[in-house]
Design a binder for this molecule. Structure first.
Ligand code: ADP
Ligand code: MG
Length: 367
C-alpha cells in the first residue's frame, strides 16, 4: 500500500487499535438458522481487518480499501441514517451498541479484507465483528464473543435491513481455523468439531453475485414461516423427519421448502458424526443430498454453481462438494483429500468455467 493511502494520510494521525475477524464457510446446514435449527460453519483463513483510532467527540470517520469511492465517509453517533451503501454496516454497529445501552465516543476507522465481498463467505459479518472487537478494546466495553455476534446480527437485521440469521456472526466471532462450529441456532449452544487431518477445505467462488437484502432470500424466509404456521409450530426446528408425511400435504412450494429445512437439520447431525469418525463416504453422500435439496426443494442454486458441484463430484481427490451460503449464486464448499486440495481446486475450476475463482486454498505467493 502506498503512503498516500495509509491510515495516517487519510485521517491525519496513526491508528492505535488493530483487530480482525474471519469470513466463514458453512459445511452444511443451509437456510436452517432462521428456523432455530442446526448449522456447521467453519472460519476460513481470510479476514477483514480494521485499523482504528478513538476520538474525543461523537464523530465517526470511516473508510474501506475494498469499496471504490469509500476512502472516507463521516457520520455522527446517535444520528445514524441509512444510505443503502457499505456505510450502513458500520452505522448498524454503532446503532446496535446504543440500542443495547453501550455508550461509545467517536472513532476513525478503516477496513480492508481478503474475503471476497458478496460471495456468500460473510464479509458483512466479518466487518461487523472486527469493528465490534476494535470498539470493545477502544472503549472498554463489557462484551463477550456471543454478545458481539448478537450485536453484529442486530446491525445487519435492524439497520441494514437484511434479515440474516445468527450463523454468520457466530462463526466469525467464535470460529477457529480447522475447526467447525456445530451450532444450535436456537439455544446458541455450540461444540467445536475438528476437520479430520485427512481432509482439506476448498472454496470456489462461482462469480455469480447474490443479494441477501433482495427478493429471493426474503421470499424463502416467508415461505418457511408459512410452512411452520400450517404445521402448527413456531419454528420448523420443532418438526422432525417423522412428520414428513404431513409436510407432503402442504401446498407447493411450501412442501418442498419445509422438506429441505427438516432433512437439512438431520444432515447436520449426521455430518457431525461423520466428521468425528472421518467417514469420507458418509460426508460425500450428505453433501450431495444437501446440494440436491437446495437445488430441487429449496430452489436456491443456479446452473453455474451446479456445474462446479458436478465437476467436483467427478474429481478423484474430492470427497464432498455442495453449494454453501444462502444461494442464488455464491460459493461451493469442497472437502478434498489433504495434500491434494490445490491441484483439485484448479482442475474443478478449469472444468467448470471461466468465471470460477479458487478462494481457498488462497493463492500462494509464487502464483
Ligand atoms: P457477504 O457477507 O456474503 O460477503 P453481503 O451482501 O452480506 O455479502 O455483504 C456484502 C456487503 O457488506 C458489501 O456490499 C458491503 O456493503 C459490505 N462490506 C463487506 N465487507 C466490506 C469491506 N471490507 N469494506 C466495505 N464494505 C464491506
Ligand atoms: Mg453477509
Amino acid at each position: 500500500m502506498s503512503a498516500a493511502h495509509s491510515f495516517e494520510a487519510v485521517f491525519g494521525r496513526p491508528a492505535t487499535i488493530f483487530e480482525r475477524a474471519p469470513g466463514r464457510v458453512n459445511l452444511i446446514g443451509e437456510h436452517t438458522d432462521y428456523s432455530g435449527g442446526f448449522v456447521l460453519p467453519m472460519a476460513i483463513p481470510l479476514h477483514t481487518e480494521v485499523e482504528l483510532a478513538p476520538r474525543r467527540d461523537g464523530m465517526a470517520r470511516v473508510g474501506s480499501l475494498d469499496v471504490p469511492g469509500a476512502a472516507r465517509s463521516t457520520f455522527v453517533l446517535g444520528c445514524e441514517h441509512r444510505t443503502r451503501g457499505w456505510l450502513d454496516y458500520v452505522q448498524g454497529v454503532t446503532a446496535a451498541l446504543r440500542a443495547d445501552g453501550f455508550s461509545i465516543r467517536g472513532f476513525d476507522a478503516r477496513f480492508r479484507s481478503t474475503i471476497p465481498v458478496g460471495a456468500g463467505l460473510s464479509s458483512s459479518a466479518a466487518l461487523a465483528v472486527a469493528l465490534l472487537r476494535a470498539l470493545r478494546l477502544a472503549f472498554s466495553l463489557r462484551l463477550d464473543d456471543v454478545a458481539i455476534a448478537r450485536l453484529a446480527q442486530a446491525a445487519e437485521t435492524d439497520f441494514v435491513g437484511a434479515p440474516v440469521g445468527i450463523m454468520d456472526p457466530m462463526a466469525s466471532s467464535l470460529g477457529r481455523d480447522d475447526e467447525a462450529l456445530f451450532l444450535d441456532t436456537r439455544s446458541l449452544h455450540f461444540e467445536r468439531v475438528a476437520l479430520p487431518r485427512t481432509l482439506e477445505l476448498l472454496v470456489l467462488d462461482s462469480g455469480v453475485k447474490h443479494q441477501h437484502a433482495g427478493g429471493g432470500y426474503r421470499a424463502r424466509r416467508a415461505e418457511v414461516e408459512q410452512a411452520a404456521q400450517r404445521l402448527g409450530v413456531a419454528l420448523l426446528r420443532d418438526v422432525g423427519p417423522e412428520r414428513l408425511g404431513d409436510v407432503a400435504e402442504l401446498p407447493p412450494p411450501l412442501d418442498r421448502r419445509a422438506r429441505h429445512v427438516i432433512t437439512e437439520n438431520q444432515r447436520v447431525l449426521d455430518a457431525v458424526r461423520a466428521l468425528r469418525a472421518a467417514d469420507e463416504a458418509a460426508l460425500g453422500a450428505l453433501f450431495a443430498a444437501s446440494h440436491a435439496s437446495m437445488r430441487d426443494d429449496f430452489e436456491v442454486s443456479v446452473p453455474e454453481v451446479d456445474r462446479i458441484v458436478a465437476s467436483a463430484a467427478a474429481d478423484p481427490d474430492v470427497v464432498a462438494a455442495r453449494l454453501t451460503g444462502g444461494g442464488f449464486g455464491g460459493a461451493v464448499v469442497v472437502l478434498a483429500r489433504a495434500g491434494h486440495g490445490r491441484a483439485a481446486a484448479r482442475r474443478v475450476a478449469d472444468a467448470a468455467g471461466s468465471d470460477v475463482r479458487v478462494v481457498l486454498p488462497a493463492p500462494s505467493a509464487k502464483e
